[in-house]
Design a protein around this ligand. Structure first.
Ligand code: NAD
Length: 472
């Protein structure tokens, strides 16, 4: 059944969008249109920002416990929709249902819960000499989000913004906007005060640019590609608006010679292929000590065999399609170029069989990748793993840091102190040692061209705050 949405959420209610050609949403598995959403305009953004501006003072002055209660109600309304959210993400993005349930629907609920707690118990003011240092909400937030984790990336902005006392206008990705509508159904049910959160759908060049360049927006919080992040920074610079950016990555999974190789490779392959490789933190470069290199390639090929492509709703499916035909073509080009640049095909490849219908790419492992080549330097955003041999820890660190990105990474070693030493030398915002679990309270964000600022936990809350010093 097609999901036809014709409204924006403005000032606490659904408002019918003016005419104009709606945007089609596709199911990447069937290639069929599964819904439409309105294509917003700069005037729609004006109305949304005006509503957020008008609501700001009242929301900022609301007692933290009341803000926490609102977020708690939103959590309940979203929990009631978790199944619908997982199916919608499986439909518009192609994430296999099991992963969609656990990650796409489950993770945002965990994150939202953490901000219910932080809203109720915000960091206390500090005393520095004769100064009282307090945090205040930054103002109206313009949130612009991508398609690969269509609920998580919104919640990672909306929850801390609201907890801090900011109001917000969201422009979700035009490729996966249906999930955002479910969130706003939940927001409507939770009864947040009018104007505190607003939704305008549309394209990046029209709605995204209008929001990033809007004089009424105090902070542009963006997740997406580095190229768009650069454009948004330019737009915000004219009025010196705050910008926080969560951008691309090319993270290294460093496997030292004393690692538990079976775990390191299995978890590493799984990480690289999660969500069909459309994950900003994906460990897309596997750096393996030369002594264990051939063994690691065997293990990687075997692990890749287990990633059955297919319909996200089929329980046997471990890998869905890519989000769009354009993305599929881009990823295939990366594979072809990687092989032309001297990479050796270990699994998958451009000619490996894939379902006839749908925008699939076979999970692919390429060995002997030159650390300076495009495959090792550019973000592919598909199920493609580049494997690179390294001589020792110093060499591994050099190769890992040979990137304009610095978002995430991993180190595997039988000696945790040694792993920690290597982890400390990696120029990235996060490093996981020996497959340690994701921590939703830990700061999340990038060094270098992977971004500016941090999301999640206390650090994420602080992104939405100004700091004031009061001397007495
Ligand atoms: P994208 O940059 O094309 O789009 C992201 C959002 O920006 C969309 O809503 C889009 O409509 C909007 N946009 C596009 N052009 C714009 C413009 N000129 N002005 C304002 N807004 C504009 O990115 P994408 O293809 O949707 O997402 C994939 C990228 O996101 C990858 O590079 C990935 O690494 C990155 N990403 C980063 C993180 C992170 O936390 N670091 C998380 C997920 C994805």
């Amino acid at each position: 059944m097609e999901s036809v949405r014709t409204d924006f959420y403005l000032d606490g209610r659904w408002v019918r969008a003016a005419g104009g050609q709606p945007l089609e949403v596709h199911n990447p598995t069937t290639e069929e249109v599964i819904g439409t959403v309105p294509a917003g305009t700069a005037e729609d953004v004006d109305r949304a920002v005006a509503a957020a501006r008008a609501a700001f003072e009242g929301w900022a002055a609301t007692d933290p416990a009341d803000r926490a209660a609102h977020l708690d109600r939103l959590h309940a309304a979203l929990t009631a929709r978790a199944d619908d959210i997982a199916h919608t993400v499986a439909g518009e993005l192609g994430t296999p249902l099991k992963v969609a349930t656990r990650v796409q629907a489950g993770l945002p609920l965990t994150v939202l819960r953490s901000f219910v707690d932080l809203a109720a118990h915000p960091p206390a003011p500090q005393t520095v000499g004769n100064s009282l240092v307090v945090r205040e909400p930054v103002g109206v937030v313009g949130a612009i989000t991508p398609w690969n984790y269509p609920l998580h990336q919104v919640v990672a902005k909306l929850a801390p913004a609201l907890a801090a006392g900011c109001t917000l206008v969201l422009k979700p990705s035009e490729l996966t906007p249906l999930t955002a509508y479910l969130l706003f159904d939940a927001i409507d049910e939770a009864g947040l005060p009018p104007g505190v959160v607003n939704l305008v759908t549309g394209t990046g060049p029209v709605v995204g640019e209008a929001l990033a360049g809007h004089p009424g927006v105090d902070l542009v919080s963006f997740t997406g590609s580095t190229a768009t992040g650069r454009r948004i920074t330019h737009l915000a610079a004219d009025r010196i608006a705050r910008v926080s950016l969560e951008l691309g990555g090319k993270s290294a999974n460093v496997i030292l010679d004393d690692a538990d190789l079976a775990s390191a490779v299995k978890v590493g392959v799984g990480n690289a292929f999660l969500n069909s490789g459309q994950t900003c933190t994906a460990w897309t470069r596997m750096l393996v000590h030369r002594d264990r290199y051939d063994e690691a390639l065997d293990l990687a090929a075997k692990a890749t065999d287990g990633y059955q492509l297919g319909d996200p709703l089929d329980p046997a499916t471990r890998l869905g399609p890519l989000v769009s035909a354009a993305q599929r073509d881009r990823v295939r080009d990366h594979i072809t170029r990687g092989l032309a640049d001297g990479g050796r095909l270990v699994a998958g490849g451009p000619d490996a069989p894939v379902p006839q219908r749908g925008w699939f790419v076979a999970p692919t492992v390429i060995a002997d990748v030159d650390p300076d080549s495009a495959l090792a330097q550019e973000e592919v955003f598909g199920p493609v793993l580049a494997v690179i041999p390294v001589d020792d820890d110093d060499h591994a660190v050099r190769v890992a840091n040979n990137s304009r990105y610095g978002l995430a990474g991993a180190v595997w070693s039988g000696d945790e102190e040694r792993a920690l030493r290597v982890a400390r030398r990696l120029r990235t915002g996060a490093v996981d040692i020996n497959g340690a679990p994701f921590n939703p309270l830990a700061p999340f964000g990038g060094y270098k061209q992977s971004g500016v600022g941090r999301e999640l936990g206390v650090h994420g809350l602080e992104e939405f705050c100004e700091v004031k010093a009061i001397q007495r």
